[in-house]
Design a protein around this ligand. Sequence first.
Ligand code: UDP
Ligand code: MG
Length: 322
Amino acid sequence: MKDTPEILYIVVPCYNEEEVLGETSSRLKAKMSALISEGRISDKSRVLFVDDGSKDKTWEIISGLNSSDKLFAGVKLSRNKGHQNALLAGLMTAREKADVTISMDADLQDDIDAIDKFLDKYDEGCEIVYGVRSSRAKDTAFKRGTANMFYNFMRLLGVDIINNHADYRLISRRALEALSEYKEVNIFLRGLVKQLGFKSDIVYYERNERFAGQSKYPLKKMLSFAFDGITSFSVKPIRMVTVVGFLVFLFSLGFIIYAIVQGILGNSQAGWSSLFCSIWFLSGIQIMAIGIVGEYIGKIYTEVKARPKYIIEKYINTEDTE
Ligand code: UDP
Ligand code: MG
């Protein structure tokens, strides 16, 4: 245990979460109050909600919570920028105030009681603690299947990523400082945080069902998330194209021999089959190669532009007002 209790910020990205915020905030308040009275964390600790451009009453609820209790702080993004950017916005806001942060979802799927274990690991000197789901029994079969596919595919591509770890994790201020050095625009925090290094550990927890409301990750967002993860961390796809190109080249050699033999035997219209097949195969390969090269060029483009990852419209209770 440290002499003066550490300041803990719990960062919760919220997108249209009006149905769950009441329950989430009261459970987090109970947990935080207990930790504060045990002297484990400072009374300057906060629950920091990040409103990711919600269209419902999310921001009103956050401001309401703040007026009734200074434990609750908020940040509002100017528009919906997606879970990863919202989370990053929250973490970077917390970085200036907190000794340690824990990020979690708003929907109470992440077990709040795991926070104690996170802090134990932090006291043992871990800079990063990953929350890992002990089972996915409560997820839908579809979610489970696609998630497994995603993790396996990522590993196949050589991306260093922790299985069944979402974004429930503890990050110390030091690790956050390091994270802030990554200037890239395409944010895939699970991969980035893993790249930071530092002493880290895993805490297992039971993943619950969403407390209320619908998943804010429709298939489209999930796919773009997976795609971002892959293209931000692996250049293997471009190598695969080279391999495919080589295989097609070998195939076409065999095909030329076949075509010549058929020509000699007088079984084909001269030139037709070779021409037909080469056009189709080469066009396919070319299009694929152009597509993938284009993907990387697209990435270079956005990196070079270095757009702001988020724009904060308002602050409450973060002392950065105006
Ligand atoms: N979220 C967000 N912006 C988005 C989509 C989601 O901030 O564009 C938040 C959401 O409010 C929740 C977390 O990200 O706190 C995880 O989303 P969700 O629970 O819907 O995902 P799932 O658990 O279904 O994968
Ligand atoms: Mg969820």
